[in-house]
Design a binder for this molecule. Sequence first.
Ligand code: ZN
Ligand code: ZN
Length: 144
Amino acid sequence: MADKYTGGCEHVHTHADHEPIDNHTCHCSVCKSVTGQPTTHVMFFKHGDLKVDGKPKMNRQPFNAKNPEGPLELLTCEKCGTPIMLDDKQSRIRAIVPNLMGFKPDKAATYHAFYDPATGVPRPSDGRAVYEGLRLEFVWPKPS
Ligand SMILES: [Zn+2]
Ligand SMILES: [Zn+2]
C-alpha cells in the first residue's frame, strides 16, 4: 500500500500511514522566527506514526532558540540543510511544516493556534476556530 503522506528531501525520506492528530495554522512567535512566514501550517503526528527511512544523517537544533531546554528539536538534513521535522525529545509527537519539509499532501489546517491579539495581527476571519493555544480537546499522546 502506498504511504498516505511522504516528505523530506533528496537524502532523507519521511512517511506516515496515519492521519495527523492535529493540523493547525500556527501564529506563535517561534514558528514566525524559524520559518520567516507570518503563519505556519503545522501537522502533528503521533511520534511513532511519522517514520524516517533508514538512518540518514540529520542535524538537531532546539526549535526555540530562546528555550534550548524545550522539548522540540528541529531536524535538518546534514547534506542539504532541508528542514525535515520537529522531533519531540519526550517522544510524544513529531511535527511537520508541509510547505517547508517537502511533505505531501498538504491537507488544509482545521483551526488557528496560538493566536495572540496583542501582536496587533487582525483576528483570522476565515471561519475556522481561533485559539490562543492548541485547541482545547488536544491531548498530548503518551511518550512512545
Ligand atoms: Zn508555532
Ligand atoms: Zn537533503
